[in-house]
Design a protein. Structure first.
Length: 171
């Protein structure tokens, strides 16, 4: 888990996990199933989108990696945090995010981990789950961090400005 010099060919990887309220093929998950193709398309067309791990229904199942068939894993790579933020909170995805309680049950925090990786690399689902586990065990570090305590590609803790739009490296 290396930390490269600031701004040297690094992209931001993100993983988030969620637990479905019911199996994906259940009637109460219809709206979520219907939304997946649209949201994945919006992500793939978003500025700064690099890659996402895809599966048959748009998210990975957590059965093999987490031992729970109702757990889903979303794994993607972005050019920057700002690009990920804009997709998550300023695109049609945001409306679905606000309704996540309709389809998912709460999980222990954190459910999202971020980390920088060399441009051209894509993380495996196993690596992503390991990064989330690392964050849960050790807290925010340059190797794995949450949205609200981010690190720069060079490994420096960022200080968010009001509104979270711009982060300033801490000396």
């Amino acid at each position: 888990m290396d930390v490269a010099p600031a701004g040297v060919g690094r992209y931001l990887a993100q993983v988030n996990v969620a637990r479905l309220r019911a199996p994906l093929d259940a009637t109460e998950q219809q709206e979520f199933r219907d939304a997946l193709a649209l949201i994945n398309m919006v992500a793939e067309e978003a500025a700064g989108f690099i890659w996402r791990h895809s599966s048959g229904f748009g998210h990975l199942t957590g059965e093999d990696l987490l031992g729970d068939p109702l757990t889903t894993i979303n794994l993607s790579v972005w050019a920057s945090y700002q690009h990920l933020h804009d997709f998550t909170y300023r695109s049609p995805h945001a409306a679905y995010l606000r309704r996540r309680g309709n389809w998912f049950t709460p999980l222990p925090w954190p459910t999202t981990a971020l980390w920088w990786l060399p441009a051209g690399q894509t993380p495996s689902p196993a690596e992503a789950v390991a990064r989330l586990d690392y964050l849960r065990r050790y807290g925010p570090t340059p190797q794995s961090f949450p949205v609200r305590r981010r690190f720069t590609p060079g490994g420096h803790l960022e200080r968010a400005s009001r509104g979270g739009r711009r982060a300033v490296p801490r000396g």
